[in-house]
Design a protein around this ligand. Structure first.
Ligand code: BG6
Length: 502
């Protein structure tokens, strides 16, 4: 039984229910599976079914047509329980409802509690569940899935971990980071550890620098209430991007076992060089905020004009960092990572820039940028691209760059699961490999905290950038020495420089 707290919220209708429904359509759910939505809205079972399934605008119309019968059967397995108006209401009635559904649908007392609620509600919900012994695994298993943000800084993250671990065991806690559910993020591990051609080069001897871009074309949308107190560094970097960094940096785990992988990720995160002195922070971090502009002929609001945003807000919608990893493998290799909203396109990619050949035979080849690149595209147009030099046919030895590419879309027979599908299924099966452990989350905050503190307390500028461009003008200063960021296009093989401002 999946019990969703925050069942009347946006995430439930937009992500969770469509993911679970896809699992049902693909035959991954057991017959005795039920969902109990719990929330403060006063809905009936019927209203819940209508709002999140039968009349939901978030279900794809093809799915609706193809799987009509499965959908109606699925909707019949959805139930709703109204929690009292305040967070601390008695969970006795909720427990009774859970137990009666358990009996009726024979769910073997296996319950997942999904906290799709703001962090302020985590404590009271986990405490109330504990007080009703709903964390006790005497019969069946009990798991708790928690949505980010996991704290606001290191201190609050630690507090949250203490709270959750007070009422549930760490092995019962599943901290969801939806980037870990993305096939292409998982494929970072496979690319590295299932091939013998990359790993021997995966170190400071061959890699010059690593570049990660996470760009979104959208703005803050309707989430100003959360985002304005968070900002790009907390929202994307501390969680999703550091998870990607951990996959790139980590040593080979002993096996694909959850704890082995998470131990290596933790070591990787702990090896990031924490920036502490003001000079380093000033030199290696840049923040920005989008200002109004015209994109494709349409007027686009600046961040401060967005609904719910403080008109004097200094919250960053762009963050770019340069940092080092202090370990044997990565010594002196700079990592450049940036994340932002209102960029020219939506794209996430990792670029491994290899060193130039140490002895240049084809000096006068005419090609200025000879380094080999491995581009791992997380989204969209998911795939892998290798850039390498080939001879231009004809006289002499002119070298041109060519592409060797692989696209996920070429694996047509395979259904690529959405991140939430994969993660929810893993939680049901008790597999925590793709969930963040308490110590990983804390290590990520330990790296991010001094940057946030520096931004908060110093005179570090917040640079403006027009909505629809690749960030503030001086962002390239960070990556000085390498020319500029690789500004990727909508397609994997597009060469940098792509821009759709008007
Ligand atoms: C969320 C952030 O975790 O990830 C959002 O809170 C962001 O601000 C989103 O837009 C991006 O996810 P994706 O999967 O669309 O890249």
């Amino acid at each position: 039984m999946l019990v969703i707290f925050g069942a009347s919220g946006d995430l439930t209708a937009r992500k969770l229910i469509p993911a679970i429904l896809n699992l049902a359509v693909d035959g991954h759910l057991p017959k005795n599976f039920v969902v109990l939505g719990a929330s403060r809205s006063s809905w009936s079972d019927e209203e819940f079914r209508k709002n999140v399934v039968l009349e939901s605008k978030h279900l794809k119309s093809e799915t609706k047509k193809e799987a009509e019968k499965i959908i109606t059967d699925f909707a019949d397995k959805l139930f709703y329980h109204e929690l009292g108006a305040d967070q601390d209401s008695d969970y006795g009635p909720l427990k009774d409802r859970i137990e009666s559904l358990n009996k009726e649908y024979k769910t073997d007392s296996n319950y997942i509690f999904y906290l799709s609620v703001p962090p302020s509600a985590h404590e009271s919900i986990s405490k109330n569940l504990h007080e009703q012994d709903l964390d006790e695994e005497t019969e069946g298993w009990r798991r708790l899935i928690v949505e980010k943000p996991f704290g606001y800084d290191l201190e609050t993250a630690k507090e949250l971990n203490v709270i959750l671990q007070r009422y549930f065991k760490e092995s019962q806690i599943f901290r969801i980071d939806h980037y870990l559910g993305k096939e292409t993020v998982q494929n970072l591990l496979v690319t590295r550890f299932a091939n013998s051609i990359f790993e021997p080069l995966w170190n400071r001897n061959y890699i010059d620098h690593v570049e990660i871009t996470n760009a979104e074309s959208g703005g803050v949308e309707k989430r100003a209430g959360y985002y304005d107190t968070s900002g790009a560094l907390r929202d994307m970097f501390q969680s999703h991007l550091l998870q990607i960094v951990a996959f790139i940096v980590m040593e080979p785990p002993l096996s694909a076992d959850a704890e082995e992988i998470r131990n290596e990720k933790l070591k990787a995160l702990k090896s990031l060089r924490i920036m502490t002195d003001e000079q380093t922070l000033r030199k290696n971090t840049i923040r920005g905020q989008y200002v109004n502009s015209v994109i494709n002929g349409e007027q686009v609001k600046g961040y401060r004009e967005e609904e719910g945003v403080d008109p004097n807000s200094v919250t960053e919608t762009y963050a770019a960092l340069k940092f080092y990893v202090d370990n044997w493998r990565w010594a002196d290799v700079p990592f450049y990572v940036r994340t932002a909203k209102r960029m020219p396109t939506k794209v996430t990619e990792v670029v491994i820039h290899f060193k130039s050949p140490h002895h240049q035979i084809f000096k006068d080849s005419g090609m200025t940028n000879k380094d080999n690149k491995l581009v791992i595209r997380i989204q969209p147009d998911e795939g892998i691209l290798i850039k390498f030099g080939v001879k231009v046919p004809g006289q002499g030895f002119n070298v041109e760059r060519a592409n060797l590419d692989f696209y996920y879309s070429s694996l047509t027979e395979t259904h690529v699961m959405e991140a939430y599908e994969r993660l929810i299924l893993d939680a049901m099966q008790g597999d925590a490999t793709l969930y963040a452990r308490a110590d990983e989350v804390e290590a990520a905050w330990a790296f991010v905290d001094p940057i946030l503190e520096f931004w908060k307390t110093s005179d570090a500028k917040v640079y403006g950038y027009s909505a629809g461009v690749w960030g503030p003008e001086n962002a390239d200063e960070l990556i000085e020495g390498y020319g500029m960021w690789r500004n990727p296009g909508a397609n994997l093989a597009d060469d940098p420089g792509f821009c759709v401002i008007c």
